[in-house]
Design a protein around this ligand. Structure first.
Ligand code: BTN
Length: 244
């Protein structure tokens, strides 16, 4: 595995998509400045020089069923690593890392085929030493520095995360249900009343858990809904008294 560093890139995910043929399984692309970072759905991803942004390429990913759970494995690895800094963290389905009610890290997976082989790009953005955020995300984003008061070494964190990812990768494919258990045990949404957009309709319900296929089970007044992360987004905890 190589960690390849650039001063500036539009997007580490896009770099891998463009140059995948020259890269090996587990190679990582990172940069100091990402100028056109993408988030899930149609979102952009804000990062400055105090953030860590990187993407890893996985080649010839086996077992389609477990491969569908890779977003949860990525969240499992990032959560377990960041927890070592002693702050309380949760995983917001499908794969955001939260502390209190604010986002500290986001993950974006992209799949592509090379002949019949499934390859995956795992893009990760972590707010490490950030002290300020743009107005649009000031109330919803935080950083490891703001939570711990310590300036952290982003290269050291990157190495710890990628080593952890690699060393548990095979175990994840052997026992993917352990990752789902981990995600449920550290869930931000379980047992909360949530709102979410589902095929453009705003729905409400009580979040029950993430099932073995990675779907969220939500108890609504019409029964239990099984929602996937393509059809559902803007998932929020409904605050007491809030009508939104
Ligand atoms: C999200 O929470 O919406 C996912 C954010 C993923 C951001 C990372 S930063 C590195 C990689 N390159 C991108 O353009 N996006 C991902």
């Amino acid at each position: 595995m190589a960690i390849i560093h650039f001063k500036s890139l539009p997007s580490t995910n896009h770099y891998i998509r463009k140059h995948h043929a020259a890269l090996n399984h587990f190679d990582v692309i990172t940069c100091d400045k990402q100028t056109a970072g993408r988030g899930r759905h149609t979102n952009t991803w804000y990062a400055d020089r105090d953030s860590l942004v990187f993407s890893m390429v996985l080649k010839d990913v086996p077992q389609k069923k477990a491969a569908d759970l890779l977003p949860f494995y990525a969240a499992h690895v990032i959560h377990a690593t960041l927890q070592t800094y002693g702050i309380g963290l949760t995983i917001k389905w499908p794969n955001d890392i939260y502390t209190d009610d604010k986002k500290i890290a986001g993950i974006l997976l992209k799949r592509f085929f090379v002949k019949d082989n499934v390859n995956v790009i795992i893009g990760v953005g972590i707010n490490i030493n950030n002290t300020v955020f743009p107005k649009s995300i000031r109330d919803t984003a935080t950083s490891l520095f703001l939570k711990t008061g310590h300036t952290l070494d982003s290269h050291e964190l990157l190495t710890t995360i990628t080593d952890y990812f690699k060393s548990h990768y095979q175990a994840f494919f052997d026992y993917p249900e352990e990752t789902i258990d981990y995600v449920n045990n550290h869930s931000y949404l379980n047992n909360q009343t949530i709102s979410f957009l589902h095929n453009k309709r705003k729905l409400y319900g009580k979040c029950l858990k993430t099932d073995v296929s990675g779907c969220l089970l939500v108890q609504t007044d019409k029964g239990i809904m099984t929602i996937n992360s393509v059809d559902a987004h803007t998932v929020r905890i409904k605050k007491p008294g809030s009508i939104k």
